[in-house]
Design a binder for this molecule. Structure first.
Ligand code: ADP
Length: 606
């Protein structure tokens, strides 16, 4: 077993490398520093685990959170790799035992938090150790430009340079902005590193935006369809977390809650229940998720619109780390915009307020675009993708329920134009535009603007008398998302370079009728066809996995991923040779679990 691909097959049970993995592994083995920038779930871990298994000495991995270290060590041990983690909560005796193992090279990997490098004694110990490589996981934590800056990461470079012999250094992150990348190279003092950035796309995630009239019934419908699947429901406030969890619970879904208002004890317990598959659904604010490596999260539903595309992609990205198909659904409601604006207005710094409003507008646009949702996100991160749809997002898969809104759009744009003309170029928000178009206002403050400005005399006054205000607002949001209208930080609307040509050319404009669409499709998920064909067997194997995980006190996804269980259902291996061919089954797992799973599969077939 001496090539990287042998290790991939025998230890991890996978057939072939994913994009970028082999290059990074070979570069590390050749002794050159690397920086690997790959999205969540792309498979960064094997890029340093394989060199660690093949190398001579101990690979030291710096990782920011105890939970992440524990998960990695559990998973490595399941595959028969000797790995240990040292954390601040451990007794000195245990630490000493681990250090002994490391010195005798009886382990191949040692996980530690960067804080430990600040201890003089530990640095001395490191110097006496034969280190095959130093790995910096979540390397963006070293950058003050990123959002997870950890001061202790700054002690990594000095600690490395104080070693008697400098080992190869490999850094990994999923954050790809150029500032952060440059900063990582500089702050970690990487030596002319090979930098590999793979695309940001997560092909197994299905993106969807819905505008249901009743979010709760959408959610109930969805969770009933997938009763046992692991899912996260993100809400914007603690109050919503409470009511959503309560309603799910009342309707038979085993859901737990997580927000900053609960004590540490309950938060820890609920988190564990979710990770160990004792509770199917986690209902949480954005306080939940950092350091959660649970790989079998099958869906992430945002009950409220998040504050930016950055946080959306990070939170939604917690689905499907194992590569199995998973849903990321955003439930949009107009009220979400007001709540988000209110939260932003509380910030005292005008510059930050402006930047946050810009980001908010980007996610509002995401909720209203008719284009490919995946492309929309990737473009936001500066990645250009091929033209055409992805066929794996709500917009690409459903072209029905669109209606022609050319005339309405012309009326709205004309109204924006006429009002600007009448008021000497002043700009107003969607609420006032909608009132003028409807020729009436239910809002006293706006009525007081309309009369003195003589807006009831413009030619577009009352030309959409019968349209409900909410429909006009939806169309305005759509026109903003498609760049037919511009919106500023005060929500005031104005023309863009697309506005005039559109009014002149009479191009047809189609918009999804969100309310109609929601009524017809209910919580229909486009993923249904991707589920394992034999759900009964899948459930049986999931049950067996749970039992084994309980016995070994590890999370079930560490025993086998959902993807591996699905592959077993597909090929139904009934002997050891066939079992070993299943993706995700290596030699250690065959020995440990093969017999039990093979028996379950045989019994099922009879
Ligand atoms: P990241 O750290 O980039 O978020 P992980 O290292 O946790 O991703 O890998 C995600 C999942 O993909 C894990 O279940 C891992 O075992 C699996 N994986 C990694 N490399 C491969 C591969 N070459 N083939 C199949 N699965 C892989």
């Amino acid at each position: 077993m001496n090539t990287p691909v042998d290790v991939l097959r025998k230890v991890f049970g996978y057939d072939s490398f994913r994009r970028g993995q082999e290059e990074l592994i070979n570069t590390i083995l050749s002794g050159r520093d690397v920086l690997g920038v790959m999205p969540t779930g792309a498979g960064k871990s094997v890029c340093y685990q394989i060199p660690a298994i093949l190398g001579d000495g101990v690979c030291v991995v710096l990782s920011p959170l105890i939970s992440l270290m524990k998960d990695q060590v559990d998973a490595l041990r399941q595959n028969g790799v000797r790995a240990e983690a040292i954390n601040s909560a451990m007794e000195w005796n245990d630490v000493r035992d681990i250090l002994r193992l490391a010195r005798r090279k009886e382990i191949s990997m040692l996980y530690i938090a960067p804080e430990r490098l600040e201890l003089e004694g530990f640095r001395e110990f490191m110097s006496s150790l034969e280190i095959s490589a130093i790995v910096v996981d979540e390397a963006h934590c070293v950058s003050q430009w990123g959002h997870d800056f950890r001061p202790s990461y700054l002690s990594i470079a000095p600690a490395i340079s104080s070693l008697a012999r400098r080992p190869v250094v490999a850094a990994f992150t999923a954050t790809a902005t150029p500032e952060v990348k440059n900063d990582i190279v500089k702050q970690l003092d990487l030596d002319s590193p090979y930098v590999l950035t793979t695309g940001f796309d997560r092909a197994n995630l299905f993106f969807q935006v819905d505008h249901p009239e009743d979010k709760m019934s959408f959610l109930l419908d969805y969770s009933k369809k997938f009763p046992n699947m692991s899912g996260i429901v993100y809400c914007s406030t603690r109050k919503t977390v409470e009511s959503v969890r309560e309603t799910l619970g009342r309707n038979g879904t085993n859901a737990v809650r997580y927000h900053a208002g609960l004590d540490d004890g309950e938060r820890g317990k609920n988190q564990d229940d979710f990770i160990y598959d004792r509770a199917a659904v986690m209902v949480a604010t954005n306080a939940f998720g950092m350091g959660i490596d649970k790989s079998n999260v099958r869906y992430v539903i945002h009950y409220n619109m998040p504050s930016s595309i950055d946080s959306y992609y990070q939170e939604a990205g917690r689905a499907g780390r194992d590569g199995s198909p998973s849903d990321c659904i955003l439930l949009f409601g107009r009220q979400d915009i007001a709540t988000a604006r209110f939260l932003i207005s509380k910030n005292e710094n005008a510059g930050t307020r402006k930047a946050n409003l810009r980001k908010l507008q980007d996610i509002i646009d995401y909720c209203h675009t008719e284009g490919c949702l995946r492309r929309h996100i990737l473009r936001y991160f500066g990645e250009t993708t091929e033209a055409g749809g992805c066929d794996a997002c709500g917009n690409c898969r459903s072209v029905s329920n669109r209606r022609d809104i050319t005339i309405e759009a012309q009326k709205i744009l004309s109204c924006v134009y006429r009002i600007a003309e009448k008021t000497g170029g002043r700009k107003y928000g969607g609420g006032l535009i909608a009132d003028v178009l409807r020729g009436k206002s239910s809002n006293a403050a706006r009525r007081e603007q309309i009369i003195p400005l003589e807006l009831d005399r413009v030619s577009t006054w009352g030309i959409m008398r019968d349209a409900p205000a909410a429909n006009i607002m939806d169309m305005i949001d759509f026109l903003v998302a498609e760049k037919y209208l511009a919106i500023d930080e005060y929500s005031a609307l104005s023309f863009t370079e697309r506005s005039r040509p559109f009014l002149k050319s009479g191009t047809r404009l189609l918009m999804r009728d969100h309310h109609e669409a929601a009524k017809h499709t209910k919580a229909k998920t486009k993923r249904e066809k991707d589920l394992p064909r034999d759900e009964g067997l899948f459930e049986e194997l999931r049950g067996l996995r749970r039992k084994i995980a309980d016995l070994e006190s590890v999370p079930p996804y560490v025993v086998f991923s959902d993807k591996t269980l699905a592959a077993m259902c597909e090929t139904r291996p009934t002997d050891e040779d066939k079992f070993l061919l299943v993706s995700g089954v290596g030699e250690a797992k065959l020995k440990k679990y093969g017999a039990r799973f093979i028996e379950a599969i045989r019994n099922w077939g009879e």
